[in-house]
Design a protein around this ligand. Structure first.
Ligand code: 4AD
Ligand code: MG
Length: 430
């Protein structure tokens, strides 16, 4: 007997096959049972007809409970009315485990209840669609960078120092001293770029975010490219090409999942370079005109980003932020040292920042000064200063947050649905 995955059933019509999976739903009409089976690759309707089956088999099918694990054999055929377009005439059933009363039923559940049952909720069609889009986004980014000569180099999770400010560090005992969970692989990427030219890292990053917003997780995944001899213009060009590539890829390969999520595809179809570019000053002006006063020097919050990102029909760059609201490593604009040569990319439709990046300081004296101003312990950054002492070159890079990108592409309200097991200020379970 051939074991077949549901998404491959079209190649086995008329044959007796075996499907291994779980019971998604059961409907009965006296002499016929309709069992929806799922196996992770798709949903298949199996039909059990009383007059065609030994009575014990027919009774066993009728006693199946939601999420029971089963092996089912039968003959597959095409049926336009069935979900997925195929149907299995059930001949044999073996029940591996009869599931207890399943907590997630077709009725409405609150999001906290679903999050408490995230380990089970993942079996539902919406999370499954989102996880497939997430996997496609990750693969599309890696493919894009691999094809352009970027070498993946993994960076450490346990680190002695901060990259993105000391207020969101997770501290952990490390033998006789303490360590921090990494906020970003960037500083190591810079060393790696001096070794291999073009590199990227891809890993979990951690921030003790005390804010409860729909955009913040305490553990999130980032892909961070870094390249020697790349300037801000080149960096933004790489970002927009990459983001357009990723969106196109999801439209090509995960359209069905987007439709399951009832995503409006038209705004995604418009995600093509070039993306508009606004300076911080221009963005602040747009905000003031719309009744959002901005003090020059303050970073934009979620509300401001939403306003800006709704002004355009595609993602938008904001560049040259005031140095005072950005990280210590950002290179000041030589023409105007109070702003830095960095840019954020805001996703369209109100989603806000999905990428942060730009040029890094490559002058050793200036970097030392900025470390002092940021009150960072110089000893932990000696190695980072070395990069400016031994063949310093202009270089740039950026970090794209996977969860925010997936939330945008899928059209979701909150990033918590984009990661299998979200970590939030008030959630560490399951
Ligand atoms: O803007 P951020 O803080 O930039 C960096 O970490 C740089 N070191 C990256 C680099 O240049 N190599 O973070 C980059 C992106 C954000 O644009 C956002 O998409 C995501 O990481 N991000 C978060 N996503 C979810 N939850 C959080 N708490 C996030 N913080 C940042
Ligand atoms: Mg940022």
């Amino acid at each position: 007997m051939t074991v077949v995955a549901i998404d491959g059933i079209g190649g086995h019509l008329g044959q007796e096959i075996e499907i291994r999976g779980w019971v998604y739903n059961l409907r009965s009409s006296g002499s016929i049972h309709f069992v929806l089976l799922r196996d992770g690759t798709g949903i298949l309707q199996a039909v059990a007809v009383r007059q065609d089956l030994p009575s014990d088999v027919f009774e066993a099918v009728g006693a199946l409970t939601q999420e029971s694990s089963v092996i089912v054999a039968g003959v597959a055929r095409e049926d336009r009315r069935a979900p997925g377009g195929y149907e299995l005439s059930l001949r044999r059933l073996s029940v591996l485990q009869t599931a207890e009363a399943y907590p997630i039923t077709p009725k409405e559940h609150g999001v906290e209840f679903l999050m408490d049952h995230r380990h089970l909720w993942l079996r539902s069609s919406r999370p499954r669609a989102i996880m497939r889009v997430r996997a496609e986004v990750e693969r599309a980014i890696c493919d894009y960078l691999d094809d352009r000569g970027y070498v993946r180099m993994d960076t450490p999770i346990l680190t002695p120092s901060a990259c993105e400010g000391t207020t969101t560090l997770f501290e952990t005992p490390y033998f006789e001293r303490r360590a921090y969970l990494t906020q970003s692989g960037q500083l190591y990427n810079e060393a790696n770029a001096a070794a291999l030219g073009r590199v990227y890292c891809f890993g979990p990053t951690f921030r003790a975010e005390k804010s409860k917003t729909r955009r913040h997780l305490t553990e999130f995944w980032m892909i961070e490219p870094e390249a020697a001899f790349l300037d801000l213009e080149g960096c933004m060009a790489l970002e927009e090409e990459m983001v357009a590539h990723v969106v196109q890829r999801v439209l090509d390969r995960r359209r069905q999942e987007l439709l399951t999520l009832e995503r409006d595809l038209a705004p995604l179809e418009r995600v093509r370079p070039p993306f508009p570019r606004l300076s911080y000053d221009e963005a602040a002006e747009r905000l003031r005109e719309r009744g959002h006063p901005v003090r020059w020097g303050d970073d934009f919050g979620g509300d401001e980003e939403t306003v800006i990102s709704k002004l355009h029909d595609r993602p938008v760059f904001i560049h040259r932020y005031p140095a005072e609201c950005k990280a210590f490593y950002m290179r000041p604009d030589p023409a105007r040292p109070e702003v830095v040569l960095g840019a954020d990319l805001l996703a369209s439709e109100g989603y806000g920042e999905i990428i942060g990046g730009g040029e890094r300081i490559y002058d050793p004296g200036l970097l030392e000064q900025r470390l002092r101003e940021a009150n960072l312990p110089r000893a932990e950054y000696e190695w980072y200063l070395d990069l400016r002492r031994y063949g310093s070159v202009p270089h740039s890079g950026f970090g794209i947050g996977i969860e925010r990108t997936v939330a945008w592409i899928c059209g979701l309200e909150h990033v918590r649905e984009t990661i299998p097991y979200p970590r939030l200020i008030n959630r560490l379970y399951p």
